[in-house]
Design a protein around this ligand. Structure first.
Ligand code: CU
Length: 121
């Protein structure tokens, strides 16, 4: 039968009743509709056939896309039609971020290896 010695996992019944009254968590003061974008100037930089970094923007923020390559690129959402813009070589364009919070992976229509992520929150 079951006579072998099984190593019983140490039950961590101990909880820490100490209430964290410290300032570990910033109190959410912003409640309700905030028309002010949380992030600063929303900008996507394209350089060397790459989207530079990930961007987090506020809902409906105007995003400036700067293309430092000589080739045109696009910022096209992977699914849906939230945004799809073409930026000419050494050009700049703007588009409006989705108003619905979420994560929006995007790509370049011209270069399949170019991928980025836009986070709206
Ligand atoms: Cu491209």
């Amino acid at each position: 039968m079951s006579g072998s010695g099984t190593t019983a996992a140490p039950t961590l019944a101990e909880q820490f009743p100490s209430a964290p009254a410290a300032t570990t968590e910033p109190a959410p003061t912003a409640s309700g509709t905030g028309s002010t974008p949380a992030a600063g100037p929303a900008e996507i930089l394209i350089k060397d056939f790459r989207y530079q970094g990930e961007k987090t923007v506020g809902p409906g923020a105007e995003i400036t896309v700067t293309n430092q390559d000589r080739e045109p690129h696009t910022v096209t959402v992977d699914t849906g039609n939230a945004f799809d813009v073409t930026i000419t070589g050494s050009g700049t364009t703007t588009f409006t971020a989705p108003t619905e919070p979420g994560t929006y992976p995007y790509h370049c229509n011209f270069h399949g290896n170019m991928k980025g992520t836009l986070t709206v929150k």
